[in-house]
Design a protein around this ligand. Structure first.
Ligand SMILES: [Zn+2]
Ligand SMILES: [Zn+2]
Length: 328
């Protein structure tokens, strides 16, 4: 190692690095070790450790990256591309060049903190026939997935402060429009729960809340649980397909459908019949999964339901009696 050169470089780095590289903070600066912290947000941050190799500057710096929020696989990738970048700096000082390169990577890539989620979307969620476009700098993922004649397009945006702030999204599909609204409402709620603590009585519990990543859960709900599932789902009551084979954004009343709390889809008429017959209240279970059914459209108290049903039955009996009396 050219001793003189590294001494000079360490001195230069000590005095100039933070001026030269915006967003870099020098933690340690010795000939044995240089450490730099890069912090774009609470999540997009890492510490780069640098050592001089024996043959420096004729070989590239020895680099190591550590972060609590960035996946190890991606950290290894960042080091690899930085080392490649440094190849052109052989024979010259390399620390500032390395720092600039790492800094730009962290600053310009919003997917740094969700590389595993993004790779899940690319590898697991997208099937043959689907289309995915990723815009790194903007943090945008455009996904168009198909199932039979149904399709669902979503544009997901990873915010700068992700995962502290949830992913935002826009959905466009050829599902019945009111069903699409339910999908979007549910996904919005999932995303909100990832970043907002539940309302708790004790303040101490709220302190422990840590935002969770929302990209994977929102995208897999929309694609796996909605698009891939509903086009072939059968009504738990009549066992016929719930949605028409040919997509319609507005369903005629006779084909209307309703989604219940557990996520199962019913024909409106079938569900109406089910909700208006006993058992009522807590005992009302989804015919498919056995979870309790509630739906705001049938949000009348169990007691009232029971009374109504008893009244209807009584009327039926009355009519039966009358018909008997008339001998019809
Ligand atoms: Zn049905
Ligand atoms: Zn169910």
């Amino acid at each position: 190692m050219s001793r003189e050169m590294s001494t000079k470089e360490v001195a230069f780095v000590k005095n100039n690095l933070e001026k030269e590289v915006d967003g870099a903070t020098l933690i340690a600066c010795y000939e044995s070790l240089v450490q730099i912290r890069f912090k774009r947000t609470d999540y997009r941050q890492l510490v780069l450790s640098i050592q001089f190799p024996k043959e420096y500057p004729d070989s590239v710096l020895l680099l190591e990256a550590k972060s609590k929020t960035i996946a190890d696989e991606l950290l290894a990738g960042i080091i690899k591309v930085t080392e490649e970048h440094l190849q052109t700096f052989k024979g010259k000082p390399q620390i500032v060049a390395a720092a600039r390169f790492v800094r730009d990577f962290i600053w310009e890539n919003r997917f740094v903190v969700c590389s595993e989620e993004l790779s899940y979307i690319k590898k697991e969620l997208v099937n043959v026939g689907d289309v995915i476009k990723v815009k790194q700098k903007l943090g945008v993922i455009q996904l168009k997935a198909v199932r039979n004649k149904y399709n669902l397009e979503c544009k997901l945006t990873v915010p700068d402060n992700y995962p502290g702030e949830a992913v935002s999204f826009v959905v466009n599909s050829n599902f019945p429009s009111h069903l699409e609204k339910v999908f979007v409402g549910h996904a919005t709620e999932m995303a909100r729960q990832c970043v907002e603590p539940p309302i708790l009585k004790k303040k101490s519990q709220a302190m422990e809340f840590v935002p969770k990543p929302s990209l994977k859960c929102v995208s897999s709900y929309l694609v796996e649980d909605c698009l891939r599932k509903y086009p072939t789902e059968r009504c738990p009551c009549c066992k016929k397909p719930v949605l028409p084979e040919e997509p319609l954004t507005e369903l005629p009343p006779s084909m209307a459908v309703e989604l219940v709390y557990c996520g199962h889809l019913y024909h409106y008429d079938c569900l109406d019949l089910l909700m208006k017959s006993p058992p009522f209240g807590e005992a009302k279970k989804c015919l498919n999964c056995g979870k309790r059914i509630f739906h705001e459209k049938w949000n009348v108290s169990a007691k009232l339901m029971e009374e109504r049903w008893a009244h209807q039955e009584a009327r039926k009996r009355e009519i039966d009696e009358v018909t008997d009396f008339l001998g019809l």
